[in-house]
Design a protein around this ligand. Structure first.
Ligand code: WQD
Length: 347
């Protein structure tokens, strides 16, 4: 059996990827410091798959403990590295937290891979590295533009560190996955996004408003140069995104070359505006979401959506879940959280 280490595996995308990896026959060890996730996610994964993954409560910036933990396993084929701080706004307020956490954790893993004979790493990156692309849809050859936030800059720096390390250390291979906008929850509604406090991202704010946790959604600007004036994004189902990680890993494990570095844009190829997805969410779930148009949010780009044809072809992968099903999964997950809160209050 092949063992895969998943850092940040109790997080939103990490937990959905662990489910797909287990269901594809991999043994899993999750490394997570639980700074932005809950240990109960392991139970959700177990209820879905029947398997409770090994779990190590370790901070990836802690070289010594990371090294000691990797010593325990002799069958690690690869690492999928999700563990990182990811709030654009927070990174502007606290850049050093982001540079330390996001960059040191990657450097530790890259240093330890040859030592523990781990040959493959999949890195969680973001379309944010492109800034506002000049042409749409955006493919992997689009220029990398100056980052608009320390968070985005850490993704660019990490990609460069991986590129230079692979060049110098041909015994390891890397795949860099650039996500567009992940949304939705597992169809069982047993795992999903667990935003800390007030959600930064659009969909959790929509679902919390629909559930009555928020009074209204603020739409950040409708004066952009888009058909309805609101920003356009490529919203990709988190389960489709998780499956892309399995496909990328299997592509690497099947490969014979060393020192291989590949980049893939992971999106649907479909651009949707804020107002369009808001309207669709209300229709699909038969709920009302009060909202008001407010001023633009600093740092937002106007429009971006993916050309994922390279991943479609080389990974034999496609994000094809219908939008209606994705938006239903968002709402079912919010209802599950509501039920959990009510059960906790009743105790
Ligand atoms: C989407 C659209 C907002 C909230 C960020 C990161 C990216 C990735 C995903 C980590 C924008 C609008 C949002 C709200 C709104 N994160 N919006 N009201 O900014 O595209 O991407 O999150 O990997 O790297 O940059 O996602 O969901 O925050 O915003 O109008 O309350 O929704 O203006 O147009 P974004 P988002």
């Amino acid at each position: 059996m092949s063992r895969i280490v998943v850092t940040g595996g109790t997080g939103y995308i990490g937990s959905h990827t662990v489910v797909e990896l287990i269901q594809s026959g991999f043994d899993i060890t999750i490394i997570d410091n639980l700074s932005n996730s809950e240990i109960e996610v392991l139970s959700g994964i177990e209820r879905i798959t029947g398997v409770r993954p090994d779990f190590e409560n370790i901070d990836c910036t802690d070289y010594m403990n990371l090294d000691k933990m990797l010593e325990k396993y002799t069958d690690i084929e690869g690492i999928i590295h999700f563990a990182a701080s990811k709030s654009v706004g927070e990174s502007v307020q606290n850049p050093l937290l982001y540079y330390h956490n996001n960059i040191s954790s990657l450097i530790n893993l890259l240093e330890l891979m040859p030592k523990h004979n781990i040959r493959h790493i999949v890195f969680s990156s973001s379309c944010t590295v492109y800034g506002q692309p000049d042409h749409m849809p955006v493919n992997e050859n689009a220029p990398i533009k100056p980052a608009l936030s320390p968070y985005g800059n850490t993704k660019q720096i990490c990609e460069e560190i991986i590129r230079d390390t692979i060049h110098a250390t041909p015994q390891i291979n890397a795949t860099i996955l650039r996500y567009f906008n992940p949304i939705g929850a597992h169809p069982t509604a047993l795992i999903g996004e667990l935003p800390n406090g007030i959600p930064n991202n659009l969909l959790p704010f929509i679902t919390q408003t629909a559930a009555g946790l928020r009074s209204e959604l603020r739409v950040f600007g409708n004066d952009y140069d888009t058909p309805d004036g609101s920003c356009i994004r490529d919203y990709i189902y988190v389960v489709d995104l998780a499956k892309a990680h399995v496909a990328a890993l299997q592509h690497m494990l099947a490969g014979k070359k060393n020192g291989q570095l590949d980049y893939y844009n992971l999106g649907t190829g479909r651009g949707l505006s804020v107002l369009e997805i808001l309207d669709m969410f209300q229709k699909v779930n038969d709920v009302k979401v009060p909202y008001k148009i407010v001023e633009r949010r600093e740092g937002d780009i106007e429009q971006v959506w993916a050309d994922s044809s390279k991943a479609n072809k080389e990974l034999n992968w496609k994000a094809d879940t219908p939008l209606e099903d994705i938006l239903r999964s968002c709402w079912q997950w919010e209802l599950h959280l509501k039920e959990r809160r009510e059960q906790a209050q009743a105790q």
